[in-house]
Write a protein that binds this ligand. Structure first.
Ligand code: THU
Length: 132
């Protein structure tokens, strides 16, 4: 599958507007592409009990998985910050488990972007192969 971060960035930017972030006011959008070519989007959804908050990346991945898509090939994350926002530690683990070593494009609303890989962000990752 060809990498096309710009399409994912646009989708992530659009869904970011729907972020439910009344506690942090930090809106995040994410978009993940499946091998079939479909794009699944997610925004962060915060809880009054803070700890139950779910990040945009996981919302996008859970939406894809719940639609039967388990072969995910690329992800983009958009915030409105000067410094590009990398995924949190929990999301790095979930990206590793559900997408593998894929391109992760970090972008902001001013058009800056950078693509890294899961392995770069999470070296020596834990996954199911250690459970056998
Ligand atoms: N957030 C994400 O959506 N993705 C990340 O990888 C980092 C953090 C959200 C969670 C919370 O709603 C807000 O950003 C501030 O932490």
């Amino acid at each position: 599958m060809e990498m096309n971060p710009d399409e994912l960035i646009e989708a992530a930017k659009a869904v970011r507007e729907r972020a439910f972030a009344p506690h942090s006011n930090f809106k995040v959008g994410a978009a993940v592409r499946s091998k079939s070519g479909r794009v699944y989007t997610g925004c962060n959804v915060e809880s009054a009990s803070y700890g139950l908050t779910v990040c945009a990346e996981r919302v996008a991945i859970w939406k894809a998985v719940s639609e039967g898509e388990t072969d995910l090939t690329e992800i983009a994350i958009v915030t409105d910050t000067e410094m590009l926002t990398p995924p949190c530690g929990v999301c790095r683990q979930i990206i590793w488990e559900f997408c593998g070593d894929v391109p992760i494009t970090l972008a902001n609303c001013s058009g800056n972007k950078d693509t890294v890989t899961t392995r770069e962000l999470l070296p020596r990752a834990f996954d199911t192969k250690f459970l056998k």
